[in-house]
Design a protein around this ligand. Structure first.
Ligand code: GDP
Length: 363
């Protein structure tokens, strides 16, 4: 399963956020086994308001959301790449994840020690970026030695070595590998080398209570930094979100209104991470259940069917698709059909976000 690692300096609120994610998962999923797989790995349902609507239209007995995996990766400090703290163990945990959510402390609290003195988001981001860049430079250096020998034997490989050198130069200049366009030779080399700085990044500014509704200068600095490197950023207060995670929906709505918070912080984190991983959702609905299925963007109909069962992929005939919006507009299959909104799609069809699907297949 694709996963998102939660990283950051100590005492920035990583565990608070991770625990809130997994706790709200348990609350949301009374009849479904979302669990913390290991102390630091959690399977979290992806919030999707479409599920409730479809379940209502189909009188479904239950709702099954898509889930994604979060990993709380503790232990990064200045000097990790050279073995400080948990050092290399920390970095290898990041290597195993597919995207990174970096929690940055933008809250003031004299009772919570800051390892670097006081909150300063850009300094903190830089410390972590440097450690990840150093780890990447170490892997690239090893790769370079090997590639150089290969180029001597086979000069056709020279462009790869050049791409690698441009990647090294960028990292040394403080530019992450993700700053290269996805279809560039540098990006291909970065993927091939499993670079940490190539992973898609979401910055999470953990802000003061007073700044949730309107992000202050520290959060603004994080947003600007994210924008400059084509990453994304969100802001919320981890402590409040963790308190929300244990409350009823009505209570949460009331408190959110009090604080002037319009969007759920944890929900946004999950949805942004899902998107960051290049994932999208198709839906199935019926009396038994309404369910969200997670696929990578660009997945074709038979492979999407394979998510449900390998037999459906093997015997795939066609996918009967209705866009979610049409489904909600016309409400019944008869009305959908007579409006001409039921599409019969073949094996080359690329699934679209929110397709409500029934697969036809040979057994
Ligand atoms: P980690 O080391 O990054 O995992 O940080 P923790 O989640 O363990 O949090 C460290 C301390 O900061 C704990 O005492 C938390 O209660 C506190 N904390 C976390 N989030 C917030 C926040 O948004 N505001 C304030 N004031 N304290 C927080």
């Amino acid at each position: 399963a694709l996963s998102c690692g939660i990283v950051g300096l100590p005492n920035v609120g990583k565990s608070t956020i991770f625990n809130a994610l997994t706790r709200s998962a348990q609350a949301l999923a009374a009849n479904y086994p979302f669990a913390t797989i290991e102390p630091n790995v959690g399977e979290v349902p992806v919030p999707d308001p479409r599920l409730g609507v479809l379940a209502g239209l189909s009188s479904s007995e239950k709702i099954v959301p898509a889930t994604m995996r979060f990993v709380d990766i503790a232990g990064l400090v200045r000097g990790a790449a050279s073995g400080q703290g948990l050092g290399n163990a920390f970095l290898s945990h990041i290597r195993e994840t597919d995207a990174i959510a970096m929690v940055v402390r933008a809250f003031h609290d004299d009772n919570v020690t800051h390892v670097e003195g006081g909150p300063d988001p850009l300094r903190d981001i830089e410390i972590i970026a440097i450690e990840m860049a150093l780890a990447d430079l170490a892997s690239l250096q090893k790769k370079r030695d090997k590639l150089q020998r290969e180029v001597r034997a086979n000069p056709k490989e020279a462009p790869k070595l050049e791409a690698l050198d441009r990647l090294i130069a960028a990292l040394e200049a403080g530019r992450p590998a993700r700053a290269f366009p996805p279809d560039s030779p540098e990006a291909a080399m970065a993927r091939e080398s499993f670079l940490l700085t190539a992973k898609p990044m979401l910055y999470v500014a953990n802000v003061d209570e007073s700044q949730i509704a309107e992000p202050g200068p520290m959060a603004q600095a994080v947003f600007a930094h994210a924008k400059a490197e084509n990453s994304r950023a969100i802001a919320f207060n981890g402590k409040i979100e963790s308190e929300f995670a244990g409350m009823s929906d009505d209570d949460v709505a009331m408190f959110r209104a009090d604080y002037g918070i319009t969007t759920g912080g944890l929900d946004r984190l999950i949805v942004e991470a899902y998107d960051l991983l290049g994932l999208m959702t198709f839906l199935t609905t019926g009396e038994k259940e309404t369910r969200a299925w997670m696929i990578e963007k660009g997945t074709k109909a038979p492979q999407a069917a394979g998510k449900i069962h390998s037999d459906i992929e093997r015997g795939f005939i066609r996918a009967e698709c209705i866009s979610y919006d049409d489904y909600v507009t016309y409400k019944t299959l008869d009305a959908i059909r007579s409006a001409g909104k039921l599409r019969s799609e073949g094996k080359d069809y690329v699934m679209q976000e929110g397709d409500v699907v029934e697969f036809r297949f040979n057994v």
